[in-house]
Design a protein around this ligand. Structure first.
Ligand code: HEM
Length: 410
């Protein structure tokens, strides 16, 4: 091997070709351009960072890895993304057939029909959050809307947990996942304790017939589910929708400020919002990439991958692949085929995509209607992102024309 990653300038040609580090701080602001170069130069490339791993950036190969779970395992000691998380991520870190048992348990609670009745309370929540800043004509969109919204919605509607606890859990999970946070271990510990207490509480209450009850009572191949499995499933359900949904909303708002014709179009034709959500999710995928481990020697994109080697697939890159999407970097509301991979593909495809779509649609309906002339003040640019697998801006200060509060019935 040549020089080590520490001697090479981040984002340089050599860094991309041999030392790519998905946690490199400057990558956060330069992700789309860097991934474009990687797709063009070498869509399957090896890096010596993180004890060595492969990075896959083109659509076809990302899809192949995601679908071929027998070759690319989710269960063999995943180290990407690195995390101090102590509970098992179930079903994320399992392979079929075991994986299916848990997925079948949660899937029925997040179908389009199951989440549809949540639309009205979701809109009331969105209205209340916007009411809190609409008169001021400015806010930090990330702090005031994008971060609290998905947690509050999930706690109230899916978990039936108290809303003030959602704020604490949200803050804990954000801080625990901050790259290099020295307190990460302690914060994960606090989060796990909250989950254990919550499950205990739910066990002592009459059943509500929701996903929590289904998990607590689950039969796993003829035996009762163990506590650690219950906690692991609940943790993934809570965390799965927090950073992802808030990262999507934050990125959408940055795009709205840069391309005001998009919110103007959606204000004039709100019936386009569902397809706009898909196009925005393609352009600004918040779950940027994820790891797998080769279960056997294999070949991908002309490269030999050895059994046990780590492979990172970049959804955020596949979604900009010109081979799959014409004029891939542009917002095109009339795009004919939009087979984006923002919710993944294969057995691990997102369990919460219907809920995420509902949340994003309702949020955009209310935001585009009520926030006019959205701008990001010059002093707030460039917007900063942590460079991790989850792509969420840290803060999105915006200004807009002040408007009236609407209030809610509840
Ligand atoms: C815009 C929002 C969201 C995005 C972009 C997103 C993205 C993803 C992606 C890419 C995966 C696949 C990971 C892999 O292949 O290893 C995934 C899995 C998962 N997501 Fe989401 N997600 C979102 C919202 C949600 C919500 C709201 C929930 C809550 C129910 C959720 C729960 C899960 C779970 C439980 C899994 C694991 C599924 C499995 O391993 O089979 N997600 N998500």
């Amino acid at each position: 091997m040549g020089s080590s990653s520490s001697e090479v300038r981040p984002l340089s040609d050599e860094w991309r070709r041999s030392h790519f580090d998905y946690r490199e701080p400057v990558l956060g602001q330069n992700l789309t351009a860097t991934l474009r170069k990687m797709r063009q130069e070498c869509p399957v490339v090896h890096s010596d960072a993180h004890e060595g791993y492969w990075i896959v950036t083109d659509y076809e190969d990302v899809l192949k890895v995601a679908q071929d779970w027998e070759t690319y395992s989710s269960a063999l000691g995943i180290s990407i993304p690195a995390t101090e998380m102590t509970l098992p991520a179930i079903p994320e870190h399992l392979d079929p057939p075991e994986h299916r048992i848990y997925k079948r348990l949660i899937n029925p609670f997040f179908t389009p029909a199951k989440v549809a009745p949540w639309e009205e309370p979701t809109r009331a929540l969105v209205t209340r959050l916007i009411d809190d800043f609409i008169e001021a004509g400015s806010c930090d969109f990330q702090k005031d809307f994008a971060r609290p919204f998905p947690g509050l919605a999930f706690f109230e509607l899916a978990l039936g947990a108290p809303l003030d606890e959602a704020e604490r859990v949200n803050a804990l999970s954000t801080a625990a996942q901050e790259p290099g946070n020295p307190q990460a271990k302690a914060l994960w510990g606090e989060l796990v304790q909250w989950i254990k207490d919550f499950v205990e509480q739910r066990r002592s209450q009459p059943p509500k017939g929701d996903v929590v009850d289904a998990v607590i009572k689950a039969d796993i191949d003829g035996r009762p589910i163990e506590d650690v499995e219950v906690w692991g499933v609940i943790q993934l359900l809570i965390l799965g929708g927090l950073d992802t949904t808030s990262g999507a909303l934050g990125q959408f708002m940055i795009r709205f400020a840069e391309q005001p014709e998009i919110p103007a179009l959606l204000r004039a034709q709100p019936e386009l919002i569902p397809q706009a959500v898909e196009e925005l999710l393609r352009l600004d995928s918040p779950f940027a990439g994820v790891g797998r481990t080769a279960a056997c020697d294999t070949e991908l994109g002309g490269k030999s991958i050895k059994q046990g080697e780590k492979v990172m697939i970049y959804w955020a890159s596949a979604n900009h692949d010109e081979g799959e999407f014409g004029d891939a970097d542009s917002f095109d509301i009339n795009r004919r085929s939009n087979r984006h991979l923002t919710f993944g593909a294969g057995p691990h495809r997102c369990a919460g995509s219907n809920l995420a779509r509902l949340n994003l649609r309702v949020a955009l309906e209310e935001l585009t209607k009520r926030l006019v002339d959205i701008q990001i003040p010059e002093e707030a640019k460039p917007i900063r992102f942590h460079s991790v697998f989850s792509r969420a801006p840290l803060s999105v200060p915006i200004t807009f024309t002040p408007g009236p509060r609407l209030g809610t019935a509840g």
